[in-house]
Design a protein around this ligand. Structure first.
Ligand code: TEU
Ligand code: CA
Length: 585
């Protein structure tokens, strides 16, 4: 009997491209597919093996393409189906896999299915979305329940033609599909999944991967935000009763025809046991998922207008969140992802390290070390490889394009009568965790508009692109970019320990300045010892018991040499030469 083939995606280094802000090829100010194609050699050289392309489908762009009006076509400013065919072919020619975003909790209200569905209660598509009668109180029409939508306001929108409301967990132009309907599910599989697998793509990043199955009795949510007209209702639509059944149906009736298809699910608000049900290899549901513990730090999602409620987290909380995900792998057949950024988050340098000029390059390299030493499939977000950071604090609301941030800001404005101090607070929240931080154009060089476009960019370019850009960093052997390249190569060379290592242990959980962890080779017992400074000051090293005097090789560091102390934002990785037993501290 031959051993089962290892999954290709476990050790693959992935890179997320958010098309609008990546690279514009024709000067209209919007990134596009030909722009992406032109940078494939750059990504190959960096060591990227899989690209995750965020929605490039046809869309009215109410939520930057997460509102899809046709799964089988391309948003014209991004290009054509022929461009996509070329992209798939060119990626594969370079040995790069390509995965797309699968957005099937909802469509755009401009999708043909919804345009039909809303017409009346008897048409062929009448039951393809989630329609409910109004609740009549004192002779007045109200939404069927008190659920709040993710981006604010009621999760129900009234439709005159049907005298009914439809459910939308996101904006009103993103009606939720009715997954309970067999015919709808089959149409989703055919149009959104098979159409693209037939074209040869290698998998999907699955959007809102645990929201399809709702509590179909649609009860009112308990009051947790007092005095508010709408309430958080996560318990009625996250990880609902039929989620696992449907995911297995997808695997068995669709994906299995195409081989080892990567399905990486976006899985917010899910406890460990439940996460395991999705990602255990035996379950055959998701290959791995994006856990939100780390990126939710400092972010209160349970309140309505969240963007002005951002707060500081501590380094121990950060360590705990990372450890939780690493520990899930112990003794299970599950797999994890490793990431600190995506298109919904503030930049990791600004949120988890520092973007102060004196330290940010050092800190960006330190975060690269952290990520490349964790077990799981690694995802890097565009611009992270050069250490891009959040937009400056002086930017006003007029620069912001993201619907989530704009809704949060307007909510504060309304509640507080436009009070200046409140608006300042809201803007501070947006500057810290607002989604546009990740959506600013990539800095390709120091020329006008950072080399992103020759036209006028759809969103403002970061003020400091001259200090942080690809072209300059390519020339500098000590740049963040070249460090990432080295780190990715090291991860590959020591995959057994860096990608697949087990027994992740944190040795200084309560230390507010330093993060020290070890990992073990799954078969040889060889160990990795990692020191990371999260401080502007010099810090002492905390050696795990018994590891100070053993023979070790310095695998990589972001400073020259390894001294007695850790310099600010230093990262150091040791390989312990002999098989060493680590005793509890
Ligand atoms: O995000 C789902 C999600 O849970 C969001 O609430 C996310 O946490 C939020 O955007 C962070 O501010 C996915 C996509 O990643 C996001 O871009 C889309 O807007 C959303 O689904 C709707 O499709
Ligand atoms: Ca363009």
């Amino acid at each position: 009997m031959t051993a089962p083939k290892p999954n290709w995606w476990k050790a693959s280094t992935c890179y997320q491209i958010w098309p609008a802000s990546y690279k514009d090829s024709n000067g209209d100010g919007i990134g596009d597919i030909p722009g992406i194609i032109s940078t494939l050699p750059y990504l190959k050289d960096l060591g990227i093996e899989t690209i995750w392309l965020s929605p490039m489908y046809d869309s009215p762009q109410k939520d930057m393409g997460y509102d899809i009006s046709n799964y089988e076509d391309i948003y014209p400013p991004y290009g054509t189906l022929a461009d996509m065919d070329e992209m798939i072919e060119k990626c594969h020619a370079l040995g790069i896999k390509l995965i797309l975003d699968l957005v099937v909790n909802h469509t755009s209200d401009q999708h043909a299915w919804f345009i039909e569905s809303r017409k009346d209660k008897t048409n062929t598509y009448a039951d393809w979305y989630i329609w409910r009668d109004p609740k009549i109180v004192d002779g007045k029409r109200h939404p069927p329940n008190n659920w709040r939508a993710t981006f604010g306001g009621s999760a129900w929108e009234y439709c005159e033609e049907r005298d009914q409301y439809y459910l939308h967990l996101f904006v009103a132009e993103q009606p939720d599909l009715n997954w309970e309907n067999d015919e709808t599910r089959r149409a989703i599989y055919k149009s959104a999944i098979e159409f693209w697998l037939d074209k040869g793509i290698d998998g999907f990043r699955v959007d809102t991967a645990n929201l399809y199955s709702k509590d179909t009795s649609y009860p009112d949510a308990p009051i947790t935000s007092f005095g508010e007209p709408t309430q958080t209702a996560f318990q009625y639509y996250i990880n609902g009763p039929r989620m696992h059944e449907w995911l297995r149906e997808i695997r068995e009736t669709v994906l299995d025809k195409y081989g080892d298809v990567l399905m990486v699910g976006e899985l917010p608000f899910t406890e460990q046991d439940e996460v395991l049900r999705y990602v255990s290899a035996g379950a055959r549901e998701y290959s791995c998922v994006f856990d939100f513990d780390v990126v939710m730090l400092g972010n209160d999602y349970t309140t309505g207008a969240k963007k002005h409620h951002s707060f500081n987290h501590t380094l121990p909380q950060f360590k705990d969140a990372i450890a939780k995900c690493q520990h899930m792998l112990k003794g299970t057949d599950a797999w994890a992802t490793v990431f600190l950024e995506n298109h919904d988050q503030g930049r990791s340098l600004s949120r988890f390290a520092t973007d102060k000029e004196a330290f940010r390059e050092q800190a960006a390299k330190m975060l690269a070390v952290l990520l490349c030493c964790l077990t799981g499939t690694l995802f890097i977000y565009q611009g992270q490889e050069i250490g891009m950071y959040n937009h400056p604090e002086h930017w006003g609301i007029e620069e912001i394009r993201d619907i989530d941030s704009l809704n949060a800001y307007n909510d504060v404005k309304e509640r507080h009568d436009g009070d200046e101090l409140w608006l300042k607070k809201a803007m501070k929240g947006i500057q810290t965790i607002g989604r546009d931080n990740a959506r600013l154009p990539v800095h390709w060089d120091a020329s006008h508009n950072a080399g992103f476009t020759t036209g006028s960019p759809w969103i403002r370019v970061h003020d400091e692109y001259e200090k942080t850009n690809v072209a300059d960093q390519q020339k500098d052997p000590k740049s963040v970019l070249n460090f990432w390249k080295k780190m990715i190569a090291l991860r590959k060379a020591h995959a057994d320990l860096l990608v697949f290592g087990t027994d992740f242990e944190v040795w200084d959980r309560h230390d507010q300045d330093v993060f020290t962890f070890t990992k073990t080779h799954p078969t040889t017992g060889q160990k990795l010892l990692v020191f990371l400074s999260f401080s502007d000051e010099v810090q002492p090293l905390h050696y795990p018991n018994g590891l100070k005097d053993v023979q070790k090789e310095l695998l990589i560091s972001n400073v020259d040499g390894a001294g007695k102390y850790l310099s600010p934002w230093e990262a150091r990785v040791y390989l312990l030469k002999e098989e060493t037993k680590v005793n509890g501290a």
